[in-house]
Design a protein around this ligand. Sequence first.
Ligand code: RIB
Ligand code: CA
Length: 323
Amino acid sequence: MRKIIIDTDTGSDDAVAILMAMFSEEIEVCAITTVSGNCHLEQATKNCLQTLEIANTYYPPVYKGSHKPLFRDLFTAKGVHGEDGMGDQSLIHPTIKHHDGHAVDKILELIKKYPYEIEIITLGPLTNIAKAILLDKDTMSQVKQIYSMGTSGLGPGNCTPVSEFNVYVDAESYKVLLESGIPMTIIGFDICLGDSALQRKEIDLLMESENKTAHFAIQCNQRLYQYNLENTGQEFIDLPDPIAMGVLLWPEIVEKELKTHAKVMTNQDETYGQVIFYGDKRLVLANQYQSLDKNVSLVTKINHALFKTKLINILKNSQKNST
Ligand code: RIB
Ligand code: CA
C-alpha cells in the first residue's frame, strides 16, 4: 500500500484533490499538513477538516504548519478561491479538529518511521517541506518521491507573467527543494488549462448527480468558476491540484515527461518565482545545458480525457452516505 503525505494550502482545487485521495483504495494517506497560501493557515486547516468530513472515509491526522513563507510576507489568492478559499458558499463548518504537533516535525517523524516509503504531494507553497529539509536533510533524503503542483511548466505564469502562485508565494522554499536531491515530479500550471479543465457540461453532470461529494467539489469552486468567467469570458474550472493528484494516483494519464534541470529565480524583482527548465532540445544552447543535473521530471502532457473520466467517476461514485 503506497503511503502518502498531502501538504496543502486547502483552497477549492486542493479540496477536490483531497477527495480523490480519500476515495482511492490504492493509497494510504498517513497525514495531511497545512500551509498558508490560497488562504491563511487557520482557514486552510478548517477547509481541509471540512473536506475530510465530506469524504467521511477515514480520518488521517491533520497537522498545522507554516503560517507564512520563509522570508517574505504572506501573499494569498482570495480573489481566485474566495475569502474562505472555498468559494464563499458557507460550506466550512468542520466538527473534527486538527492534531497537536507541528507539520514539519510530523513529516520528519513519518519519514523516520517509513524510510524510503513515503511519497509527498505538495499542493501549495513549499514552506513546510523546505523547513523539514533545512531542519533534517538526512531524513528528508529518505523521501521516496515528491509530486509538486507548482511552476508554470513550459507556459506563462498565473501570478506574474513568469511565475506560478505556489512558487511565487515562497520561491526561496522552492529553491531549497530543487537543490535537495529529493526525486521530484513537477506538474506545472501549463498542463492544467484547456481540455484538462472541467467544462460547463462536466460541471452540470456533477451537479446533477445524486452525490453530495460531487456537489461539494463543484460548489466550493464557484468563486474560481466566476474568476475564470470574469477574466476570460469562458465557463470552466481549472483543477491544478487534482491533476497533480491524478499523476500520483494514475500514472497512466501521463503521456509525456521531461527529465531536466530546473532553477528558480529568487531575486526580488520581475522574475521572482520564475522556474526555468533547461531540457528543451530546441534551444540553441541546449548542448551546454546537457551537463546540468536533471533534478526534476516535468510532466509536459497528460491524457486529459482519461484524467477527467477517472475524476468524474471517483466523484460521482464516492460513497453515497458521505455527509
Ligand atoms: O497555481 C495553482 C496553485 O495555486 C494551486 O495549488 C492552487 O490551489 C493554488 O494553491
Ligand atoms: Ca493549492
